[in-house]
Write a protein that binds this ligand. Structure first.
Ligand code: TMP
Length: 254
């Protein structure tokens, strides 16, 4: 039997060569890491939940015209995506102070920001993904001014979409991180949302109780991460019936 080609393995996902040129298969692992992989664990079912949740958000974004890499879910842990050249930036959008911003500025976690604030980190694990000003991004050629205008406009649309969807199920979107990739269409390059959108890369708080329903549960040892992610999936209607998240056998979907 031919073995498929692994293109890249990250902390939470693996990319394999796809069935057609220009496609990749994105596999969601159960591995959870924090603090640049200083803290590690395997959370049964996390990959299944994130595969479903990322499909849900990316499909919704497609429906409102925000281009992204998602093509089709293949099975419990895999989705077919468009291959793209990842822009080496983590784009973070914040609605409320939390995490590194709250720490850096001595703000109380959860205080509302005057407007959504966007920041950029340079994607390099060996440096710990340092925060960078736009000046660096231009100077080092990681993205052009036009790219940055498109990235900011798309990131704000993603924010409005995600915040609205989450508000509808009683969850406050505190902040999130997304990544962008370049695809070529004829002579034209365009930017699309790539990577994943899941509770691994967002902060999500229950509106009523303030309960954290995202990776901070793992970072801060607040309880069961799979219970938190399952709760998000259940509220969004993403986990129909009794899908068992621990089944690792690939199941084809139509
Ligand atoms: P931060 O407050 O720790 O800078 O995180 C901001 C947002 O980015 C938060 O929603 C969590 C997310 N995030 C990632 O997706 N990957 C990372 O490596 C880090 C540090 C944060």
């Amino acid at each position: 039997m031919a073995r498929r080609k692994k293109i890249y393995e990250g902390k939470a996902k693996i990319l394999y060569e796809g069935p057609e040129p220009g496609t990749l298969v994105q596999y969601f692992k159960d591995d959870a890491t924090a603090f640049n992989a200083e803290k590690k664990d395997v959370i049964d079912g996390k990959g299944v939940l994130n595969n479903r949740l990322s499909e849900f958000f990316m499909t919704g974004l497609n429906n409102i015209g925000v281009p992204n890499h998602f093509l089709k879910r293949l099975n419990m842990r895999e989705q077919l995506i468009r291959s793209c050249e990842i822009v080496p930036l983590e784009v973070i959008v914040r609605n409320f102070a939390a995490g590194s911003m709250a720490k850096r500025l001595g703000m109380e976690e959860g205080s509302q920001l005057p407007r959504p604030v966007i920041e950029f980190s340079y994607k390099d694990d060996s440096l710990g993904d340092p925060l960078v000003p736009e000046e660096y991004i231009m100077a080092f050629g990681w993205a052009s001014q036009q790219d940055m205008d498109d990235i900011v406009a798309m990131a704000l649309r993603v924010n409005d979409f995600l915040a609205g969807v989450m508000f509808g199920v009683g969850i406050k979107l505190i902040d999130f991180k997304i990544e962008f990739g370049r695809v070529w269409e004829g002579d034209f390059m365009r930017l699309i949302v790539a990577d994943e959108i899941s509770p691994d890369s967002c902060r999500l708080w229950d509106i009523e109780t303030g309960r954290k329903l995202d990776k901070d549960v793992f970072r801060q040892d607040l309880g069961s991460l799979s219970d938190a992610y399952s709760e998000v999936a259940r509220r969004l209607g993403v986990l129909p019936g009794n899908v068992t998240t621990t089944n690792t056998k690939p199941t084809l979907v139509n």
